[in-house]
Design a protein around this ligand. Structure first.
Ligand code: UDP
Length: 421
């Protein structure tokens, strides 16, 4: 696309600020996704504005990432962190401020790509008020999530109704795995268009360091077996399953293990309770010495951790996609993951890692042990994992698919020509 054709599009991610530090509070995969998709689309010539909610009076209102890509923070409710289940009531103000921004800047976005159900609602309003075409990515489906949790929040029914409406009314919904598409069809609605375009990762960054120097940087000797978790502290992430698996006596006796748990804030933040709970389990199981809690890891140091690890474990109860799995795989590290959702798409059982039933510490212990006990097989899994990510999950490839989709939506007549590019 040349710059004369450059089109303004809006990525909306109300609760997931693409410009914020990842790994703290509720910041995770969605923030990473929006930021990378935005920047990659800008490189393809789109003029990308990414809208989010301002959570702190000291935050800049606009952050420029690239000449064609910026984050715009709008006020909606008080300027403080609000957990995602309590944001819905502030959305009308978000929409008003979005419209005001458009007016002040002389822009009407012809296409809005919304992320998570909260932004999905915003997109629906823009679709109705000004005819913006809506593309939506769920990042998490309420109906699947609530099936795996005991407590339903008060907002649950509103969320489910909006998720159904968005699927039926948006121009298209982007499922990030065939499994997510299947969930949408069987559990949300039989109506509406769905395209499958996966999430991606930076294959230059992840995999750009060799294992020996990664271990040297972290001061880990070559004999130690490193089991790694990276991600938010949220009960649905299943960190407890991993800790209990590594705590199994058979595994501990047969291997000299270091368990590294990356991510999370200190107590006092929204994810602090889960971190305290996990730390307690570690202490109860007498695993304090072998376990390291690193806190938040930036994307500058994360490649070192992934590469230094012998196995990365993603023990989620439910995972719509799971960026951590492909980041580890891109780093040449096999993954042991729960046999759920997007992980069934990214991790090929016995080829790039192993899948185990969620919340089954015994099965995770067996899977981790199998990989740690056979270093040649571990290496082969790692090589295949890297190849899989290179061929399917690079951001550039993902952005190219999204770009094609937007172009088709905006210029149906040009469909043929675009397909030839
Ligand atoms: N992450 C990070 N630092 C941390 C913990 C997590 O940068 O300390 C990043 C991680 O690299 C990944 C994202 O947060 O890109 C988590 O995405 P995923 O899809 O695995 O989980 P989600 O947070 O969406 O549930």
């Amino acid at each position: 696309m040349n710059t004369e054709n450059k089109r303004h599009i809006a990525l909306i991610s109300v609760h997931g600020d693409p410009a914020i530090e990842i790994g703290k509070e509720e910041a995770g995969g969605q923030n990473v996704y929006v930021r990378h998709v935005g920047e990659s689309l800008a490189q393809l010539g789109w003029q990308v504005d990414m809208f989010t909610r301002r959570v702190n009076a000291e935050q800049d209102k606009i952050v420029n990432h690239h000449p064609n890509c910026r984050t715009i923070r709008l006020e909606a409710g008080s300027t403080e962190f609000v957990p995602r289940d309590h944001i819905f009531g502030h959305l009308p103000e978000f929409v008003d401020n979005f419209l005001e921004f458009q007016q002040e800047n002389g822009i009407t976005y012809p296409l809005v790509h919304t992320n998570y159900w909260l932004s999905g609602w915003v997109g629906r309003q823009l679709q109705e008020m000004q005819g913006s075409k809506q593309v939506h990515t769920y990042h998490s489906l309420g109906v699947v999530k609530y099936n795996t949790t005991k407590k339903r929040p008060a907002i649950a029914n509103t969320r489910l109704a909006i998720e159904k409406q968005v699927l039926e009314k948006a121009e298209t919904v982007v499922a990030t795995s065939p499994q997510e598409k299947e969930h949408m069809r069987s559990l949300v609605s039989g109506k509406g268009k769905i395209d499958v375009i996966p999430c991606g990762t930076n294959i230059q960054l992840f995999g750009g360091v060799d294992k020996q120097s990664a271990r040297a940087k972290l001061g880990i000797d070559p004999q130690t077996k490193v089991v790694l978790y990276v991600g938010r502290f949220d009960p649905r992430k299943g960190i407890e399953t991993l800790v209990r698996a590594v705590g199994k006596s058979g595994l501990r006796q047969s291997q000299n293990i270091r368990l590294i748990i990356g991510g999370g804030s200190r107590p006092g933040h929204s994810d602090g309770n889960e971190r305290e709970r996990i730390e307690q389990i570690v202490t109860e199981l007498g695993m304090g010495e072998m376990t390291q809690f690193t806190g938040r890891l930036s994307h500058e140091v994360l490649p070192i951790y992934y590469t230094a690890a012998d196995v990365c474990v993603v023990p989620s109860h439910y995972e719509p996609f799971g960026l951590v799995a492909i980041e580890a795989m891109a780093s040449g590290t096999p993954v042991v993951a729960s046999d759920v959702g997007g992980l069934q798409f990214t991790v090929i059982n016995q080829e790039t890692g192993l899948l185990a039933p969620p919340q089954d510490a015994d099965a995770f212990a067996v899977a981790i042990d199998r990989i740690l006990s056979d270093s040649q097989w571990c290496d082969r899994l790692g090589v295949a994992a890297r190849k899989r990510v290179e061929s399917k999950f690079s951001w550039d490839g993902v952005a190219a698919q999204l770009s094609k989709l937007y172009t088709q939506i905006l210029q149906p007549a040009a469909k043929e020509a675009v397909l030839l590019v």
